[in-house]
Design a protein around this ligand. Structure first.
Ligand SMILES: Cc1cc2nc3c(=O)[nH]c(=O)nc-3n(C[C@H](O)[C@H](O)[C@H](O)COP(=O)(O)OP(=O)(O)OC[C@H]3O[C@@H](n4cnc5c(N)ncnc54)[C@H](O)[C@@H]3O)c2cc1C
Length: 463
């Protein structure tokens, strides 16, 4: 099989814009927004350096997530769905305002602040509101924090494109101890850069991975705000995870500051009241996410997500699901639970899987299906940990195909509408047939599943 080039990754919409190639070969690559509002690598000189594919997390050429994590966490138990694990936990932070200010239980920001307080790292690299110089600049970017308040100002999930291109050179050349917080593919990228010797192996003291469903284009925030009367490109801030009292944590809202110069009121809207908030449907999804099989940030020392399982989801204040892979972090969490700073309970691997069941299905069964589709059309696809296989259930087959179409079309359709000076209704009209079909099919697929469950004889009991 021919060796994958970075150009294969870019041309087939598999680039996530992490910045690894641009850091390793700055003369050959830049990172910038493409027309669809995703960060992607820009190939300046049609580079044919195959070694770059080894550090690209999306090329399928370097070590995969299982191989990377096996080399780091070899003494831990392994599950094919959640990766290596020491402990599996759920809970929240009970001190200060970490939980109130966080997306879910506030554990990520608490951990990062503790790293600093306990002198375990000098600098935390994470995503924060960007220092915007002009309208149109990205709302969020990777930055650094070395005090607790700065960590807190970076709290919350940003369903928005980011790149590490601006921080990688600093990490590589600054002789300090770093912690880095990132999505699974970004943490994988860090590991591959460490293995390639481009980032000194002792430079990154700890990695915190966010559990991930998928990343959005920059137009996702614009689309949500437009439905509340704010024109695209004029946002100054955006909170994708506004907690709404007395609703399940999964029924959160979004918020942004009013543009009215005389007031800075926050405009808050439940996600369920607008179009585009259904994560399964995946409007504005980065198409590269359709070819990722890492949900639980398998290369990170700890993975943290939303505990949207029956025991936790009803508390609107939010709770984390946690998979630890590092002895020191595990011990920190245990001690803080004993002292009352954290409220953490052991959960089973099955509960972790349950909390991410839709994401895992889309990234395993769905991915196998998408790989098979590309194979049958002779289109390049990265080597993944699942083999190509068309989904057996016809309804699911249609659902997966439709989701890829929605991911491919939504951001471009939105960009076209803006460029033409069109209206929100123009965009909605273009997407309506796909969105409607997705609703009908997913409803049908769930009914079909329920029926099969009813007809299938019980697996346990007196047979
Ligand atoms: C794109 C995306 C998809 C996600 N998908 C899922 C999912 O399917 N299932 C699930 O359980 N959880 C998912 N999460 C994680 C979840 O939304 C929460 O971030 C997580 O539960 C941590 O909550 P917290 O209160 O502990 O974090 P907080 O204390 O709020 O801290 C969040 C930290 O994440 C960093 N961060 C925010 N956005 C980004 C970003 N785009 N890239 C890198 N770092 C970032 C911030 O800088 C901050 O340090 C996703 C997050 C993102 C950004």
């Amino acid at each position: 099989m021919p060796i994958t080039q970075i150009s294969d990754v870019i041309e087939n919409d598999n680039c996530i814009g992490c910045g690894a190639c641009a850091f390793a070969a700055p003369q050959s690559f830049d990172i910038g927004f493409n027309d669809a509002g995703h960060y992607v690598a820009i190939d300046n000189d049609n580079s044919k350096d195959a070694s770059l594919s080894e550090i690209c997390p999306m090329s399928g050429e370097g070590q995969n997530e299982t191989e990377i994590s096996e080399s780091i966490y070899y003494d831990l138990r392994h599950d094919t769905r959640i990766g290596h694990y020491k402990s599996t936990l759920a809970g929240h932070v009970a001190v200060s305002d970490y939980r109130a200010n966080g997306s879910s239980g506030g554990l990520i920001s608490w951990l990062a602040a503790e790293f600093l307080k306990q002198d375990m790292v000098d600098i935390v690299v994470h995503v924060k509101p960007s220092e915007r110089e002009m309208e149109g600049d990205a709302l969020f970017e990777f930055g650094t924090s070395n005090i607790e308040n700065d960590i807190k100002s970076g709290a919350k999930s940003r369903y928005y494109p980011v790149t590490m291109m601006n921080v990688l050179p600093m990490i590589a050349t600054t002789n300090k101890r770093f912690a880095i917080i990132g999505l699974p593919c970004f943490i994988k990228s860090i590991r591959l850069l460490q293995f390639a010797g481009l980032i000194p192996s002792d430079r990154i003291a700890y990695t915190i991975g966010l559990v991930c469903g998928h990343l959005k284009s920059r137009y996702f925030a614009d689309y949500l705000a437009w439905q509340k009367g704010r024109h695209p490109g004029t946002l100054e801030d955006f909170d994708f995870r506004y907690k709404i009292a007395d609703r399940p944590a999964s029924r959160y809202g979004f918020a942004f500051s009013s543009h009215n110069k005389t007031s800075q009121d926050l405009i808050v809207t439940p996600m369920a009241n607008v179009k585009g908030g259904d994560w399964g449907e995946g409007q504005f999804k980065n198409p590269a996410c359709e070819f990722c099989d890492d949900v639980l940030a398998e290369c990170a020392d700890v993975a943290v997500g939303d505990a949207w399982i029956p025991e936790y989801v009803n508390d609107y204040r939010g709770s984390n699901i946690v998979v630890t892979r590092n002895e020191t972090i595990d011990e920190m969490i245990r001690k803080a639970t004993q002292s009352g700073d954290l409220v953490m309970n052991e959960v089973t691997v099955a509960q972790v899987v349950e909390s991410q069941s839709s994401g895992l299905r889309h990234r395993r069964q769905g991915l196998a299906h998408r790989l098979a589709r590309r194979k049958s059309k002779g289109i390049w696809a990265p080597r993944k940990r699942v083999d190509p296989m068309i989904a057996r259930n016809i309804l699911r087959r249609w659902v997966y195909d439709l989701r890829s179409v929605i991911a491919d079309r939504s951001s471009m359709a939105f960009a076209d509408v803006i460029a033409r000076g069109g209206t929100l209704a123009d965009y909605d009209r273009q997407m309506a047939p796909y969105v409607r079909a997705h609703k009908i099919l997913t409803r049908g697929a769930s009914r079909f599943k329920a029926l099969i469950r009813k007809l299938r004889p019980a697996r346990t009991g007196a047979w």
